[in-house]
Design a protein around this ligand. Structure first.
Ligand code: GTP
Ligand code: MG
Length: 200
C-alpha cells in the first residue's frame, strides 16, 4: 500500500477537539514508552511525524494524523496517537486528566474502527491485561501488537511470545501480532488487519 498523504492534524487536550466527521479513526494505545509514536511513524514511513522520545510520557495529548493511501479499502482515515498510561513519574494530576480523555476518545462508537494495543515483547506488565479488560468493558476489541520484537533473541522469541499471549489471555493468532519499528517487521500484516477492521 502506498501512503499518499500523512499529515499532523492537531493535538487534543480536551474532548471538544476530537474529530466530528465520519472519517474512520484508528487509535494506538499502550503504556508509556512502549513505542506507539514510533510504530505510527514506521507504519506511515514518515520519520519524525509523531514525536518519539527515550523518556516515557512524551505524548500527553490525543495527537491526530490525516492519512490517505492508494488502497481502495482504506483510502482515507485518521490515526490517533494516545498518551501512554502507567508511568509513575508523570504527575498524578496529569494522569488524572488523561484517563478520562483516553476513555472519552475511545468511547465514540463506530467512528473508532480499530484500537491497536501495544505491548512490549520482552516486558510483561499487569497493566496490559487490565487494559485489555478495560477496553473490552467499553466495547473495544483491541488488536494486540507486541512491539520491539527486534530486541528478542532468536532463541527466546517463540517462548517469549507464547508466554506473553498466555499472560494476556489471548488464544489463537487472530488478535495478536508482532512488530518492530526498527526493522519494519509486521508492517504488512498490520496494514492487512487494519484494512479488515476498517474497510471504507
Ligand atoms: P509515550 O509517548 O511516552 O507514551 O511513548 P511511546 O509509546 O509513544 O513510545 P516512543 O515511540 O516515543 O518510543 C519510546 C522509545 O522506544 C524510544 O527510545 C524509541 O526509539 C524506542 N522504540 C520504539 N519502538 C521500538 C522498536 O520497535 N524497537 C526498538 N528497539 N526500540 C523501539
Ligand atoms: Mg508517544
Amino acid at each position: 500500500m502506498k501512503i499518499l498523504k500523512a499529515e499532523f492534524i492537531r493535538s487534543c487536550a480536551s474532548q471538544e477537539q476530537f474529530p466530528t466527521g465520519t472519517t474512520p479513526e484508528i487509535a494506538f494505545v499502550g503504556r508509556s514508552n512502549v513505542g506507539k509514536s514510533s510504530l505510527i511513524n514506521s507504519l506511515l514511513q514518515r520519520k519524525g511525524l509523531a514525536k518519539v522520545s527515550r523518556t516515557p510520557g512524551k505524548t500527553r495529548t490525543v495527537n491526530l494524523f490525516a492519512v490517505a493511501t492508494d488502497d481502495p479499502l482504506l483510502s482515507s482515515f485518521v490515526l490517533a496517537d494516545l498518551p501512554g498510561y502507567g508511568y509513575a513519574k508523570v504527575s498524578k494530576a496529569e494522569r488524572a486528566q488523561w484517563a478520562p480523555l483516553i476513555e472519552a476518545y475511545l468511547s465514540r462508537g463506530e467512528q473508532v474502527c480499530a484500537v491497536v494495543l501495544l505491548v512490549e515483547s520482552r516486558v510483561l506488565s499487569p497493566h496490559d491485561s487490565q487494559t485489555i479488560d478495560w477496553l473490552r468493558s467499553i466495547g473495544c476489541d483491541p488488536l494486540v501488537v507486541a512491539t520491539k520484537v527486534d530486541k528478542l533473541k532468536h532463541s527466546e522469541r517463540v517462548s517469549a511470545l507464547r508466554r506473553l499471549q498466555e499472560e494476556l489471555g489471548l488464544t489463537g493468532s487472530q488478535a495478536f501480532m508482532v512488530y518492530s519499528s526498527v526493522t519494519g517487521e509486521g508492517r504488512e500484516r498490520l496494514w492487512n488487519d487494519l484494512r479488515e477492521r476498517c474497510r471504507t
